[in-house]
Design a protein around this ligand. Structure first.
Ligand code: SF4
Ligand code: MG
Length: 320
């Protein structure tokens, strides 16, 4: 049985001008020995997707339709009280974007970890639990007595990961966990997530704008564009044989980033507004292969390891 199956997920923000369709028909599945990278530009809906999976969207945002089946149960339909007591933090946990900067400056790390355990009516030895969580993320126990300002960025990021792991979730969503960290520390955090995945069996979903980063940890990649996953596949398939023109552009932009040429070369234009996305393919305005057929929204066409949402692959066997 897959760990997680997300089908037809739509999560919108209500505005005076109509809904902002931040997540608009997203589908993917994940088995418990897999980790997934969700990659896309800023404002493509990837953070909203993470928050929707955690059912942590703030009003006016909400899940509009679709299902989130975790270990065989649709948790998107579950009453909020049940989700809060059984699922959030206990089965699915999330390190929110910028969480390390949201640590409370006036409390020690220990008291902030305590607070999380108290909130969730943890029964057991809190000191032991806190020590275990800090060890799990590679932090020395002396960190517990310190205040956030006494820690480096990398240590703070480890603390928020420890916090997310306190209640032993088996699915961890990390939203841009390495942004604002230097390259060396970035690698350490990615190694930590890798270790949690490989050694502790935690299913990891990494949300990032950085395709190169994701290759280091993800078994599977979902490329997100304008609220939709335009391509999903195994990491090696996405790298060796990117099919969607947007994925191809992302891959083509990668090696140049490593060279001395620091300018990002990319397809011209910008993504469509999620307030009024076009009825057809959302990449149409930027796509070098756009044709008349693309004025209709492409469905998901099956590929070797996933799917691609692009009319160029119309002749592939269609996903039922
Ligand atoms: Fe380009 Fe058409 Fe494919 Fe969209 S459907 S990405 S416009 S070729
Ligand atoms: Mg984001």
């Amino acid at each position: 049985m897959p760990k997680l199956v997300v089908s037809g997920l739509k999560a919108y923000y209500a505005t005076e001008r109509g809904p902002v369709r931040a997540v608009d028909d997203v589908n993917f599945s994940l088995s418990d020995n897999e980790s997934l990278g969700i990659v896309g530009e800023s404002a493509c809906g990837k953070s909203t997707l993470g928050a929707a999976l955690m059912r942590s969207m703030q009003p006016p945002g909400k899940i509009v339709s679709g299902s989130i089946v975790l270990d065989g149960t649709d948790v998107s339909e579950m009453p909020a009280s049940e989700f809060n007591s059984k699922i959030r933090w206990k089965k699915i946990a999330m390190v929110f974007q910028g969480a390390m900067n949201a640590l409370d400056p006036v409390y020690t790390i220990e008291s902030q970890l305590h607070e999380v355990l108290r909130e969730h009516r943890f029964e057991g030895n809190m000191e032991e639990k806190i020590a275990e969580s800090l060890r799990q993320v590679g932090l020395d126990l002396s960190v517990a007595k310190r205040y956030p300002h006494e820690l480096s960025g990398g240590m703070k990021q480890r603390v928020v990961i420890a916090m997310a792991l306190l209640l032993k979730p088996d699915l961890l969503i990390a939203d841009e966990p390495t942004t604002a960290l230097d390259v060396l520390v970035q690698a350490q955090i990615i190694n930590l997530l890798k270790k949690l995945h490989r050694e502790n069996g935690i299913t990891v979903i990494l949300i990032t704008h950085d395709l190169a980063l994701v290759s280091q940890i993800a078994d599977k990649i979902g490329i997100m564009y304008a609220g939709q996953l335009v391509e999903v596949g195994s990491t090696s398939d996405i790298y060796k044989n990117p099919r969607h023109p947007y994925t191809q552009a992302l891959i083509a932009a990668m090696p140049r980033l490593k060279s001395n040429d620091k300018k990002i070369h990319f397809v011209n234009g910008s993504p469509p507004s999620l307030l009024n996305p076009p009825h057809g393919c959302r990449f149409y305005d930027r796509c070098p292969h756009a044709m008349d057929a693309c004025k209709k929204d492409p469905p998901e066409f099956k590929t070797d390891t996933g799917y691609v949402r692009c009319w160029l692959y119309e002749n592939n066997k269609r996903e039922s």
